[in-house]
Design a protein around this ligand. Sequence first.
Ligand code: DGJ
Length: 736
Amino acid sequence: MGISYNEESRSFKLTAKDTVYMLAVINGEYLGHVYYGKKVPDEQLNYLMRLEESPFTPERNNRDRAVYLDTTPFEYPCFGIGDYRESALKVMDSEGMSACDLRYVSHRIYEGKPALEGLPATFATEKSPAETLEITMEDAHERLTAVLVYTVFEELDVITRSVRFVNGNDKPIKLTRALSACVEFDTDKMDMITLNGSWARERHMERCRLHVGKQLIDSCRGESSHQNNPFVALCEHNADEDRGEVYGFNFVYSGNFVAEAEVTQHAKTRFLMGINPLDFEWLLEPGESFTAPEVVMVYSDSGLGKMSRTFHDLYRENLIRGEYKDRRRPILINNWEATYFGFTSEKLLDIAKEASKLGIEMLVMDDGWFGHRDSDNSSLGDWFVYEKKLEGGLSALVEKVNALGMKFGIWFEPEMVSPDSELYKAHPDWAIQIKGRDLTLCREQYVLDYSRKEVRDYVYDMMRKILDNANIEYIKWDMNRQLTEVGSNALPKERQRELWHRYVLGVYDLMGRLTSDYPHILLENCSGGGARFDAGMLYFSPQIWCSDDTDAIERLKIQHGTSMCYPCSAMGAHVSDCPNHTVGRNTPFKTRGHVAMVGTFGYELDVTHIPQEDRDAIPGQIEEFKKYNPLVRTGDHYRIGNMFEDNTFDAWMFVAKDKSEAMFEFVQVMGRPNQRSRRIRLKGLDPDAYYYEESRPEETFSGAALMNAGINVAWIWNGDGIYGDFSSKILHFVRK
Ligand code: DGJ
């Protein structure tokens, strides 16, 4: 049983496979955090709460109540009553007061996991069921209820959290800070790992020691962002891929967020995650409720690798949905880097004809097919065909592509509007804006007010006309700018600060409608590359474009960082042409293939113009992808190299769940002169089983030898001096 309640100690124990999370109703009906970490058999650990030490118990010594409140580890700390650390909840009542004091009222434990209204969230399945604890807390003065929701996925070793607020008063109240989770650690000896970057450099890993005070990552851009990803790992100083305690936190949300660690005066750490309180308010009229999105928590006693594999298993089974969830994705060719805006039906068909001969399965028509869009300065919002480019219309093009045996996919940017568009001319008030203030352009476009249903309906109607008129089997949903002048022409002034969140809810609403009305369409999310690679988006689309940086060497870091939390099978990754359009680097075609194979795999080049030898390599590359894709989609991922620490090489493995086979991939980056080979220890195999490497079946090795002693990987040197660095190889180990 995942969740139990001990009546005597009034404590709750949440037990997953290797993890325990304990909380208790303590003195004064507060909810205290007791313990989170490696499994212990004890039913309760309340001795950790120092209940018997009198200076800390307000009931025994009310004189020091604030000391108690400022030092006790709380499950869901409130602002304004004496806890001066960062709080999870802050309110503004109808008198303008901001104190809040939540106390335990009741709880219930039940099988399953509730859906979160309007929000993406993990869900229970028959294969991986869940159990839920709801603890109802109340501020008696404001009659504000907060229901803390904890779900345990026992087998998966995961605990999730969210909070639901209800205004039980007859007066309105505003939430001005409503985070989703708080976890208290009894130490400050931890590192904080975050995934940060920029356009074309998303989710690079950074690791810093915690220090006294507050350290945070966040987004206030309206999306999860290129700059910081809503993921944090807190770990022991000496934790690495395979050793040490790690706590991973991921926010299932695609808008503004904060993830913050505060090291306190007593050398303890409070960690919080939720919607960014910056510029956030939510008005609750009497009886109204608000749900804070979900935080997924993963504890690992064996380093970052185990944490990542737990996230991957959960997301592949209990977050990603739809017909492609467990299926290999079609191998696509996207025309963006091939043509940018300069294409016609004829050009697309040339690409498709060549691509189909080589085994590519789907043509994706990217940006530029609608309105009168010849560059990024017009037509967003005008989702009707640009006849000058698509002579004869869209359905004629799609039919011709289908006749080649290929599927057809299309690009939309549904949240945007260009000033030069029919939509904007008809409805200038539909753009997010502050009346009377100049609207800031970004990539020559404005953001539509997705808090408004009529706006979403209008855009969706246009999309439907396109989707119903041709056999479209894939959509790339792009989002190419962040929000500014965040104001809505439809919201009353007391609800204007809700727009950030209402916008995200609007996006979720439309994506939800799209995916349920068109279940056969494969949806890929994208945001100027990888600015919305988050768990919220994974709920709607089984894959997300990882980055506009398609250079194989840059991708090593981007994909390594992304894999901290998100499964490789969800990473949009393509082979592109050289010199690479973003960094100007030349890399072997084979390496570009090997790196893209770790993700969804596809091509983004003009296949009619690449060197003949690259074109000739495509069928073999596709075969290789098909061979290894089941391992990438269903196996366990082990990181071996780490380009953030050592840029001489990168390497990783995918191991079948039953350990019957494993794929080892090695990329030589900046080879070290005069070092002919490197000993690399493999991971994840069965130590007692025997394996052979496919190309040399006559030699066998025990899993123990391969993992403890390792293999020698020779530096790659092709003799002509060109393809040493940036070369790659795959070794396939098969159990005898
Ligand atoms: C940004 C995306 O990341 C690219 O792949 C491409 O679709 C462009 N937008 C098109 O405008």
